[in-house]
Design a protein around this ligand. Structure first.
Ligand SMILES: [Zn+2]
Length: 125
């Protein structure tokens, strides 16, 4: 889910607010299996999203609001699940600062300028 959101918006760092599973129909009448809502965690950023997964397991996302991040603010999403396990293995054989710098190089220029550091672990791990 978060990977689909990041493909559509790489500059915001998202937090989920609500999620639920149900069999209902979306605006176009397609069956919906799962729905979630959330927002960007940057202070002052008004971006919110509503997304749902249809019965073909396609993710649909609607964003609302305008991106507004302070120049000095940085934020990253908590690393959990399989990403956390993969990160543990990497950090056993690599310095955290080196891994941080490598991950920073992978960010696109807009994400870098926005202060979004998703996928970049702290240098102090
Ligand atoms: Zn944002």
């Amino acid at each position: 889910m978060i990977r689909g959101l990041k493909r559509a918006n790489s500059v915001c760092t998202f937090a989920f607010r609500r999620h639920w599973a149900s069999l209902s129909n979306d605006d176009s009448g397609k069956e919906v299996l799962f729905t979630c809502q959330g927002r960007c965690i940057f202070k002052g950023c008004k971006v919110t999203f509503t997304s749902h997964v249809d019965k073909n397991l396609q993710l649909h996302v609607k964003f609302r609001g305008t991106v507004r991040h302070a120049k000095t603010e940085k934020a990253c999403r908590y690393i959990s699940g399989s990403d956390r396990e993969a990160m543990k293995k990497v950090l056993k054989r690599k310095l955290s600062r080196l891994h941080y710098l490598e991950q920073m190089k992978k960010l696109d220029s807009e994400a870098l300028a926005s202060g979004c550091r998703d996928g970049c672990p702290s240098k102090d791990v």
